[in-house]
Ligand binder design. Structure first.
Ligand code: HEM
Length: 558
């Protein structure tokens, strides 16, 4: 059973008559002022129509029967092999259907018709121009609510909009830049485990690292503190998310030993970690510049704030979205670099030219100055966009490219499939970073490249994720060459982001320093730990202008 969406959601509020004061950042509006500006009543998210999987199935069939306009053409017979294929290898399935039917088609997945819309115009239609006609909450990913609760990802406007307004200040450029110290220090720490000529699972290693970074940078949780040490948060996510990789039939089962029961168990343990931090900060009044502090201080005109449960939901959502995607991106990037060592060499040459042995500073990594790194990241996210599908449900019937779609239909856009359309990206299976040279990128049609979604649901953690991947990739590439074992064959799993099914086993080789250059982070004019304190150097001459205003992220529509 899905956990009941709380009847109160934003209510009943907990009273904060004596809100702790929040330190003002230089050049930044005071938190509390920002929150007062947004302090408007927030509605509760609408309850799900059904939570029981069998009732959902019955409702889906009823919706289909009630359709007043035809579905787009496609493969609409009941088919277990197609359903299995959708779970195991959705990309070729979608590309074949695109060949046959064009940019909009229907596939019956298990019992229900699912409409797919692919390509630049379709992506723009769903995420930007007609976004209000699509809801996330009743989409075929609604099972995620069992783990994430009613967070940013799983709710719709107006609840979603308010929550996003509250959290946006924590994702401003300056705040993200400040997290580079955590990213550098944690990556350095994690790299200390690597020994040349040994084998590692890069995917599992990055999941641990990214979970630690997210806990610390987003919520101020000490990953080595007692609450975090009690559980292995990365392993708990792996366990919980396995539910979404299990076979559809098994997802209906809700007794001990099933994927559902394992999800519940992991979720409970993660909850303990999150609630411990919430109550600690409520009790002590401790605040930082992180997203948890913003959530704790958010309140409306009457002084009412968010409940612990609401804050937990937002935290769980950010923790999930904030580590799962970056983990896959790092793994896929080094998979490609292992096949094209000249591209890895190019990254290192660029580091030598621009970093000269110093740890990278946030402005350098955020400005696109390391152009080869930037193009490599963008091409990785083209070929392997971790959040590969944008699940929605239509509100009203609509028409796209001359074909109708009924109200209450499952409708998905897919970055993964859209990024593999040969009419948009020539030779889509070839890894070619030059596709993202500034000129080539500018020539892409609107909606063609959407690894972070678009419109008002554009990934709120985009800058955080990009900075994190760039940081991790820079430090790895400067010190090590990663090779794939000869027997490795890449297979995918989706749970629900795409990741390498059997992890990413890699052989670690030390990168030679014969050129006489020092490796990134080895030279430090600041003394002490090479990464400490220099990443977000305010005085860097390369520092780009900051001062992004609230809402700027929301204006990016890709
Ligand atoms: C490489 C890294 C990442 C990629 C490729 C990525 C991709 C995406 C995509 C495609 C969406 C939109 C999904 C949709 O339209 O249904 C999304 C939403 C979201 N992402 Fe990310 N993401 C990344 C990193 C992060 C990080 C680091 C965080 C948190 C710190 C994060 C938090 C979120 C949240 C909360 C949403 C929901 C936003 C909303 O609906 O308002 N993501 N992400």
């Amino acid at each position: 059973m899905l956990r009941r969406p709380r009847a109160r959601a934003w209510h009943p509020f907990q009273r904060h008559n004596h809100l702790p004061s929040v330190p003002k950042l230089a050049g930044q509006p005071n938190h509390r002022a920002v929150l007062y500006a947004y302090a408007m009543p927030v509605l509760e998210p609408p309850p799900l129509r059904h939570e029981n999987p069998f009732r959902i199935l019955a409702q889906d069939l009823a919706d289909e029967r009630a359709a007043t306009v035809p579905y787009p053409p496609g493969d609409t017979s009941f088919s277990i092999p197609r359903t299995k294929r959708f779970i195991e290898e959705p990309l070729p399935l979608l590309l074949e259907a695109y060949e046959r039917y064009g940019p909009i088609f229907t596939l019956r997945i298990l019992h229900s018709n699912v409409v797919f819309m692919l390509g630049p115009a379709a992506n723009h239609y769903i995420t930007v121009s007609h976004a209000a006609n699509f809801k996330w909450r009743e989409s075929h990913f609604r099972d995620l609510i069992a783990l994430l609760g009613d967070g940013l990802l799983t709710t719709d406007d107006p609840y979603h909009k308010r929550a996003r307004q509250i959290m946006l200040p924590a994702f401003h450029r300056e705040r993200i830049a400040a997290s580079i110290d955590t990213m550098l220090a944690e990556t350095e720490r994690a790299l200390e485990q690597w020994r040349p000529n040994t084998r590692i699972d890069l995917y599992a290693w990055t999941r641990r690292l990214a979970t630690r970074i997210a806990m610390k940078a987003l919520f101020g949780i000490d990953p080595d503190g007692p609450a975090a040490r009690e559980i292995d948060a990365a392993a708990m996510f792996e366990q919980a998310l396995a539910f979404y990789a299990s076979r559809y039939e098994f997802r209906f089962l809700r007794f001990p030993g099933t994927p559902w029961a394992r999800l519940q168990e992991a979720s409970k343990r993660l909850n303990r970690l999150l609630y411990t931090q919430i109550s600690h900060q409520r009790a002590t009044g401790e605040r930082g510049e992180d997203v948890l502090s913003l959530l704790l201080d958010a309140h409306d005109e009457s002084g009412e704030g968010l409940s612990d449960e609401q804050i937990r939901d937002e935290m769980m959502t950010l923790l999930f979205a904030g580590h799962d995607t970056t983990t896959s991106t790092v793994a896929f990037m080094f998979y490609e670099l292992a096949h094209a060592p000249h591209l890895a060499d190019r990254l290192v040459a660029e580091q030598h030219a621009l970093l000269d042995g110093q740890a990278p500073k946030a402005p350098q990594l955020m400005s696109g100055e390391l152009a080869a790194l930037e193009m490599t990241l963008e091409e990785t996210l083209r070929k392997y966009p971790p959040a590969w599908v944008g699940p929605r449900k239509s509100v009203e019937a609509f028409e796209f490219e001359g074909l109708t779609v009924p109200a209450n239909s499952y409708v998905n856009y897919s970055s993964w499939a859209s990024h593999h359309l040969p009419d948009v990206f020539a030779e889509p299976d070839v890894f070619r970073p030059e596709r993202f040279s500034p000129e080539a990128k500018a020539a892409l049609p609107k909606g063609a490249y959407i690894p972070f979604g678009g419109g008002s649901r554009t990934c709120i953690g985009m800058r955080f994720g990009q900075l994190e991947v760039r940081t991790i990739a820079t430090l790895i590439a400067s010190r090590f060459v990663l090779e794939l074992p000869g027997e490795f064959i890449l297979q995918y799993r989706q749970m629900p982001t795409i990741s390498p099914k059997h992890g990413m086993p890699m052989l670690v080789r030390e990168r030679s320093t014969s050129s006489g250059h020092s490796r990134v982070g080895e030279r430090s004019d600041a003394g002490g730990h090479p990464a400490a304190g220099i990443g977000s150097d305010e005085a860097s001459p390369q520092r780009e202008p900051v001062g992004e205003r609230v809402g700027a992220l929301d204006r990016e529509t890709h």
